[in-house]
Design a protein around this ligand. Structure first.
Ligand code: ATR
Length: 279
């Protein structure tokens, strides 16, 4: 029987995940179906339970259900526990529902693979301290960065992330600050993990943040460059990327978890980019 997978979200109609996973399945000749499921905002659990009871094998989970999925999962991977969020569910042995988080691994694979960045010893600025930021701290530290500064509009939230992750990689310095604390500092990589781009906003970052040859990365994606990407260009960042590669890579990580087959991602990313730009 064809194995069933799904992505849960609200809204879900514009999710690219079904397309990505269908391309992965085609490419790797896996017999599976992958459907978008619109779960009611107050009842992720009911919706997910129904899916798994009817034979679902695995699911991705997107906004606003990543915390609900953390609660729903019966067993968590260490990285999902530390990220405080689950984006991938899998029905395992004995019908146990396993929760993982592939977002951070997806970001790091995009940075190291498609963007060819060597993260080792880099000075990294993470802008934002919400769920999206929290999900990527651990893999960035594991990639060997020299320092990770977390800056946020509400600095206490950045400080909380430092508390959760400091000491995980003793070699890396993990610190928090507000916008003013960034004055005069320089970074090799600046990642925008705020949701500001969604409303066409830009965090009020000071000028001069990009070191020579630095990269700017917005975890959001859109047909046109986001306000953060436009600002980074004016500020002289050498390489500028949106988060479409992260989306494809987090999907590939989930696919690998479910199917033990690693799909090729470059062609999928290219096709997706073309589709998005064509509108
Ligand atoms: P997500 O899961 O997408 O991270 P979230 O947990 O609501 O969503 O976090 C949103 C992040 O974007 C937070 O870091 C938020 O800053 P605060 O913690 O101060 O709320 C940040 N953010 C949202 N809109 C912003 C804006 N216009 N300017 C700067 N930061 C913004």
């Amino acid at each position: 029987m064809t194995d069933q997978y799904a992505v849960f979200g609200n809204p879900i109609a514009h999710s690219k995940s079904p397309q990505i996973h269908r391309w992965f399945a085609e490419q790797t000749q896996q017999d599976l179906s992958y459907q978008p499921i619109l779960a009611p905002e107050e009842d992720f659990q009911g919706s997910a339970e129904a899916f798994f009871n009817q034979g679902g094998q695995g699911a991705n989970v997107t906004v606003p259900f990543k915390l609900d999925a953390l609660v729903f999962a019966e067993k968590l991977s260490p990285r999902a526990r530390r990220a405080g969020a689950v984006n991938t569910l899998q029905k395992g042995k004995n019908e146990v529902i396993y929760g993982d988080n592939t977002d951070g691994a997806g970001l790091v694979r995009d940075l190291q693979g498609h963007l060819q960045l060597n993260l080792n010893n880099q000075r990294v600025l993470l802008v934002g301290a919400g769920g999206a930021a929290r999900g990527v701290v651990e893999p960035l530290l594991e990639a060997g960065v020299a320092s990770l500064k977390i800056a946020n509009r509400t600095p206490e939230k950045a400080q909380q992330l430092v508390q959760i992750f400091h000491g995980l990689q003793p070699r890396a310095q993990v610190t928090a600050c507000n916008w003013a604390g960034l004055e005069g500092q320089q970074f090799d990589l600046v990642i925008n993990a705020t949701s500001a781009s969604l409303s066409g906003d830009l965090p009020p970052l000071p000028a001069g943040l990009f070191a020579t040859g630095a990269t700017a990365y917005d975890m959001m994606y859109a047909a046109r460059p986001t306000p953060f990407m436009q600002w980074a260009e004016k500020q002289g960042a050498e390489q500028i990327s949106d988060g479409l590669g992260m989306l494809v890579e987090q999907a590939a990580e989930a696919f690998f978890l479910w199917r033990q087959v690693r799909p090729e991602t470059s062609g999928v990313l290219q096709r997706l980019r073309q589709e998005i730009q064509a509108g």
